[in-house]
Design a protein around this ligand. Structure first.
Ligand SMILES: [Zn+2]
Length: 405
């Protein structure tokens, strides 16, 4: 047996994705959170790369049975660059660290964070004969799934909030997939997608704990080992839903089981997760928990934000439903949540343009700005290896480009 799923709630085994999909992506106990396991996997060794598809390279540790089903544009095996300007900034504060950036804008599918998830989802859906899929998304996920599922011959319906960028809508329609734009925000789009799923029996993306998303994104841990020879000691990203931190944790657990290296034990990097002040429900909840000394049940205490004014469409998760899973992980890692000023982001864009001759999109800039703050707050130490997992390029955010250039 190559793989199986195991329910995170009751521990039951679900034999394969065919069964998982047939039961509406739920365990018999009703939980929608299951993880993929590889009972018979042999230790993974890093061979030279002769492919541009991470699914091809990591095929032995992905829930796919036939390479013929791989849907890829070239993603996942992207550059982890060392950014000396950030190291220089830390040095000015007396900190001697190394800083790397995992550039999701280099994914060939749609140039974002979400290409890696969408690629594996497209392949597994194709392998299991799924013809129709839907998702509510604030932008990047919609474009990525539309693009990859179109290549797999699967119809995909995007449910978007009213604040979606016009470039994003155009990118989805360009690949021939339909977009339903809600009159309301992300919460309304999610409700409409759920109704569509129910009424039309169309499979819907399983959200932030979807095993397809976790399983693809977990490979970041493997990519760190392949490209820089070690795991980071500090991990940073802008957070909306929070799939990636969960995926990284799973990846590190898998590394400890699947890695052929003699390394004793890989441990969790300190997670510094960043939100912009115009939509920061996780930071707010975390600050309250910190002030109260993390009392019993602290991780269940969070509130949705109302009337959010952020212009960063892909970071508008006003109701942080994943906080009860993500926040304890951040705490266990010794990390924290950071808030950056959205109004300051264009200035960081100018700095990036000047020092790196590149400009990323606004969600990436949230992470980037967070690095400067982390240095100033003493959250990064000498000898740290810092990894910034940046989400997107600036091509679908002309409003942001116009504020920088
Ligand atoms: Zn269960």
């Amino acid at each position: 047996m190559k793989y199986q799923l195991r329910c995170k709630k009751c521990g039951s085994v679900i034999p394969d994705f065919a069964t998982w999909f047939a039961h509406d992506q739920q365990c018999s106990c009703g939980s929608a959170y299951a993880e993929v396991e590889y009972p018979d996997a042999v230790p993974f060794t890093f061979s030279p790369v002769h492919t541009n598809s991470y699914q091809d390279y990591y095929f032995d540790i992905l829930p796919l049975l036939d390479r013929q089903n791989i849907v890829s544009f070239g993603e996942g095996l992207i550059a982890i660059e060392r950014w000396h300007n950030l190291e220089e900034y830390a040095r000015k504060h007396g900190i001697d660290c190394q800083v790397f950036v995992y550039r999701n804008d280099c994914n060939a599918g749609s140039g974002s964070f979400k290409d890696i998830s969408a690629a594996l989802a497209a392949s597994v859906l194709k392998e299991n004969g799924i013809k129709d899929y839907c998702l509510a998304s604030t932008g990047n996920a919609g474009v990525a799934f539309a693009t990859y599922l179109a290549k797999a011959g699967i119809r995909f319906t995007e449910f978007a909030p009213n604040c979606i960028d016009p470039e994003t809508v155009e990118a989805i329609r360009r690949v021939g997939q339909p977009v339903v734009i809600s009159k309301g925000g992300y919460g309304d789009a999610k409700r409409e997608a759920a109704e569509f799923h129910k009424n039309n029996h169309v499979l819907i993306s399983g959200g932030n704990t979807d095993p397809l998303r976790i399983e693809s994104k977990r490979l970041l841990a493997f990519e760190c080992l392949r490209q820089i020879g070690r795991l980071p000691s500090v991990y940073m990203q802008a957070v909306a839903g929070g799939t990636s931190p969960l995926a990284l944790e799973k990846g590190i657990r898998d590394l400890n089981v699947l890695s052929a290296s003699q390394h004793s034990e890989y441990s969790l990097p300190r997670m510094l997760l960043v939100q912009q002040d115009e939509c920061d429900p996780m930071v707010t909840a975390w600050e309250k928990a910190t002030a109260a000394g993390f009392p019993e049940g602290w991780h269940l205490q969070y509130e949705a934000k109302h009337d959010i004014k952020t212009r960063i469409g892909i970071l508008t998760a006003a109701n942080p439903g994943n906080y009860p899973l993500v926040a304890p992980l951040v705490r266990r890692s010794g990390g924290t949540f950071l808030r950056v000023s959205e109004a300051d982001l264009p200035a960081y864009g100018k700095e990036m343009l000047a020092s790196q001759n590149t400009l990323m999109g606004p969600a990436s800039m949230v992470c980037y700005a967070g690095f400067f703050q982390a240095v100033e707050k003493g959250l990064i130490h000498s000898a740290d290896t810092v990894l910034l997992n940046t989400g997107e390029g600036s091509s679908r955010s002309s409003w942001f480009r116009s504020l920088v250039i």
